[in-house]
Structures are given as C-alpha cells and as structure tokens.
Design a protein around this ligand. Sequence first.
Ligand SMILES: [Zn+2]
Length: 301
Amino acid sequence: MRRLLVYSMVAIGLAASGCASVVEMTDEAEIEVHAMLLNENCDVLQPILDGLEVPEEGLAVFWTGQAGFAIKTHSGSLVLIDPHLSFSMRRATYFYEQPILDPAVVTPDLVFCTHDHIDHTDPDTLVPLAEHSPETVFVGPPESASHMKRLGIAEERIVEMLIGDSKQWAEIDVRTVYADCTDTRFTTHLGYIITVGSITLYHTGDTSRFIERYREKLEPIRGLRPDVMLVPVNKGYNNPGLETAIELTRIAEPRIVVPMHIECVHENTVDPQPFLDAVQKMSGTESIRLKNGQGALLRRD
Ligand SMILES: [Zn+2]
C-alpha cells in the first residue's frame, strides 16, 4: 500500500491572506491532495519569491508567463524554466504591460531552456539576467547553448544537455526527456523532469501535436506520475493543442497538471477550459488553473 501523501498549500501574498483551496481530492482513498494558491492577486513576483519560505519536503512553483516557471526549494534555491521576461516577440500583442519578474533583478541559481525559440531561449531575458546575476548557470540543448554563447554568456556558465541526460545541482536532480520538434527546421526540444527531495515536476517543453510520430519515445514518461506536470495547451506553431495535451497528461498520469503557454500573446493562446474539463474526468489527476504570476506550494508531509 502506498503511503499517505498530503499536499498542503498556503496562500501567500506580501501579506499572507487566508488560504484559498483550489484542489482537494482523495485518490483511491490513499492519497489526499490539498492545493492552495500562491500570489493570488498576481502581484509583482520578486518580493514574493524573496519572502517565501518553502517548507521541508516542499516546492513552490510559479508561472512567469508563456512556458516560464520559477521554482523555489526549501533550501532557498531558485530555478527558472524558459524565462520569457521581455517583449521579444516584437510583432505580437502581449497580454500584460510588464513581465511579472524583472530579469535584471532576479538571481536564479539555474536557468533551464527547453529549446532555441525566442520565447524559450529569450535573448532579451537571458542577457540582462546573466549580466546582473554572475553566479547563474544556464542549461539547455545544443542549439540553446550555442545561442547563449553567441549572446556573450561565458562558456563555463553554460551546460548542454541532450535527451536522456541526468545531472544534479545541490538538491536539484534533473533528467531530460524527449519533446518533439515543433519547427520545420530541426531544433532539439527537451522536456525536463526536476526532482527536489520527494517532489517531482515534469515540464514537457514545447512538443508537437503530432503525437503518433513520437509516441514510442514517450516511454520514459509513461506512468511517471509526477507531482506536477506543466504542459502547453496552445496550438500555434504546431504546439500540442488541447487534444495532444490531454493525451500527454494521460500518458504521464501526473497528480496535478497545469496548462500553460497561453495568455502571453493574443496571437497564440487558447481557452484552457476544455482541457480542464477533460482532466476532471481523469481519475487520479487534478488540474490547477494558474494566472500569470500565480503559483502553487506543494508540500509532502
Ligand atoms: Zn513555445
């Protein structure tokens, strides 16, 4: 019998307000999940990240827009995935007037890029971030790593990863898995499985909607049962769209899934509601609908 797992979430703003429970479920009577929202009001994220104390066996996961997330650990490490904290998609119309984090202020320990597209390996984010935060290490597939070097980031700060690699930084374990190229020109796409203590997060990266052509490459995530899975539901540029996002969720069987890569630019967004409705019919998986800047604090007791 599996041990009882409990996620506790607390609502945290600048002044911690009451708890807003967004997920409460019992899975096969053995797993109980309570989820509450972080930064309910979508305030500027930096002071919230700075002030947040993540409990032991906990992990805070904030959406920073598009496919970007900020992850804070119990020991205070900060990880960014695909930070897009700029308006580098020049022809697009953004949902917001300011990115939720300032790349010239934030000091992550690690930055992971899933692939070399402008909203995932974003020059207008990476350059100010690298200049301001000299200790940050940048991780990505070969094309992202080359791009980082061309941007002037020192080679010793860049770590290249290929599909199937594993690496560890302090308490952060990282494994890369297959993501299918969404482009007509080949660019390595990665998914990241990040484990901190007993909590596992799976960021699928952008992966194509043509799941039949790569289904067998998804074996490493079949039944992975991550605590949280972050999946794009948009369909622009061959991204999964609702149907493939649902199928990926069925394959990975996460405890919690968060739809993303929406509500950044008006030209490439969808209503995630049909995805959330489909997840509701899945047993053992719940969804959390985040707004840009909101997060979730996972804790396993
Ligand atoms: Zn993308």
